[in-house]
Ligand binder design. Structure first.
Ligand code: UTP
Length: 500
């Protein structure tokens, strides 16, 4: 009972696609045999309740349930139930935290030539196809409350562009500038894999050659009740969730993604999340600094919006670079100040990383720490009735990509300006929302336009009075706008304008 890799148009894309992974079950005898196998697996683990409704399931439902059972990484689950579901994982000591050194976005005095050379090196690595883009898009997007891939959500203030379209436009433009076939790796989950591919296919692969897109699917883990029993979403379905963005490393190895990178000569992966419309997917200066300093993994960091902002804190723990989640970060340290009044720990995780391919190969077999989260998960009860709990009823387990940072040689932190590069879409409204991100996109577009000498209508309180957006194909950074000044129409108050 092992899931098979699925091929889509002959390309290796997924190692975990449960729906088409099952060998067809032709006969009732087949199904009975597989039922017995499943029972043998489940009974010693006291998880055989998941087969409770077997007698009333049709053959297709049985096949699906068996396939889901087979997809569970039982060795991991056996290990995690006592330590992480029934118990609490040991947290590493936070006694010895120190701020980590950071490279600023603009060259400090005396370092101008160093930065210039680094940027040139970044451009050269892009031209030589030694860098690839990688988007993690396997999350469930529960806070946004969407059905389907988050990358397919329209996020721009004008132009009706989706997240995937924005990233694709930036990659197409960088390919044009570099005159190189820069590949793009996209991690999905079994829950959105097909829909993601269909989204790209229906839009002509978003202007990219099909052979330079590599879709791969991450692993799933079951949700548990507090007694360590697997929760069920329906009588024929386990309650499964993606295993966290830390799953990228294993999924890349398993899917053939790493082999594909090797084949193309890719040495550095530019990793970003699907939810940030302001991200620069391929940043030559960041890439160049990463390569020049011999870093195996580099991370963009943000000055924090407030002491207790809900972002991970990049700092040194026992001399090693690590991300300490906001929920674990000691409050006294979050409020600590330097002699000049600035925040002592001021490196928030922007979730934009560069990872060397040999580093990924080295750590992909490494066991990342599992994080335990108590969540509210709709499920069925022992009578098979759907329950919609109002308080957390489930334990979910995930690994995080940044937990490999302490294993990296010469890790580098690169400070970015939040308003320029970071405004994630996590919620429909409020902080980190569709609403706040649209506002931030307009503000950035207006800054870039004004820097190029374009008049921007503003309200009395100074906020832009125009819904304007700039296509990444038109400008990847402010300087590009100045170079195309004559192509920009005059902006009138109340206009909705997409500049492309
Ligand atoms: P989030 O932690 O914001 O989770 O993921 P999410 O699933 O998108 O949203 P919620 O928490 O359900 O509302 C940050 C990034 O990591 C990816 C997401 O797709 C997003 O790009 N991710 C997260 C994965 O690719 N796989 C995962 O298992 C979890």
């Amino acid at each position: 009972m092992k899931p098979n890799p699925r091929n889509e148009r002959g390309l290796a894309e997924s190692a975990h696609c449960f729906e088409s992974a099952a060998p067809p079950m032709n006969t009732a005898a087949d199904s009975t045999m597989r039922y017995r196998e499943a029972l043998e697996l489940l009974r010693p683990r006291a998880q055989d309740h998941v087969l409770r409704w077997w007698a009333e399931l049709n053959e297709a439902q049985r096949a699906r349930l068996l396939e889901e059972i087979a997809s569970v990484p039982w060795d991991v689950v056996d290990r995690l139930i006592p330590s992480h579901v029934l118990g609490r994982p040991a947290t590493p000591s936070l006694a010895n935290l120190q701020p980590a050194p950071v490279f600023p976005r603009t060259a400090p005095a005396g370092k101008e030539a160093y930065y210039r050379d680094a940027e040139n090196l970044g451009c050269k690595l892009l031209r030589e196809t030694r860098v690839a883009a990688l988007t993690v898009a396997g999350g469930q997007g529960t806070r946004l409350g969407i059905d389907g891939p988050k990358g397919a959500v329209v996020v721009t203030p004008a132009g009706h562009r989706t997240l995937f379209e924005l990233f694709a436009a930036a990659i197409v433009e960088q390919r044009r500038r570099s005159a190189a076939p820069i590949p793009w790796y996209i991690m999905t989950s079994p829950a959105n894999h097909e829909q993601t591919i269909e989204f790209f296919r229906a839009r002509g692969w978003l202007g990219l050659p099909r052979e330079d897109l590599f879709f791969f699917s991450q692993g799933m883990l079951p949700a548990f009740d507090r007694h360590g029993r697997l929760l069920m979403e329906a009588r024929d379905r386990l309650s499964l969730a993606p295993d966290g963005h830390g799953g990228t490393l294993k999924a890349l190895a398993r899917s053939g993604g790493l082999t594909d990178m090797r084949r193309r000569g890719v040495e550095i992966v530019s990793y970003f999340q699907v939810d940030n419309p302001l991200v620069r997917p391929l940043d030559p200066l960041f890439i160049g600094l990463h390569a020049r300093t011999g870093s195996e993994m580099s991370t963009k960091v943000l000055p924090k919006a407030e002491d207790l902002e809900c972002v991970g804190n990049l700092c040194l723990r026992d001399g090693k670079l690590a991300v300490i989640e906001y929920s674990e970060f000691p409050e006294a340290l979050a409020h600590a100040r330097n002699a000049d009044g600035t925040r002592r720990f001021d490196s928030g995780n922007a979730a934009i990383h560069l990872l060397n391919v040999p580093f990924v190969e080295r750590v992909s077999g490494h066991l990342l720490p599992y994080r335990r989260a108590e969540k509210t998960v709709p499920c069925i009860d022992d009578e098979g009735r759907t329950v919609r709990p109002t308080a957390p009823n489930a334990v979910k387990l995930e690994t995080f990509i940044f937990d490999v940072l302490p294993l990296a040689e010469n890790p580098l932190l690169f400070q970015i300006e939040r308003a320029e590069e970071f405004s994630p879409v996590k919620n429909p409204t409020g902080v980190d929302s569709l609403e706040s991100s649209r506002r931030d996109q307009i503000r950035r577009a207006c800054r870039w336009l004004e820097a190029a000498g374009v008049a921007v209508p503003r309200r009395a309180d100074g906020t832009p009075d125009v819904d304007v957006g700039i296509d990444p194909g038109f400008a990847l950074e402010a300087a590009d706008v100045a170079a195309k000044r004559e192509r920009i129409p005059p902006l009138r108050a109340g206009d909705t304008v997409w500049i492309e």
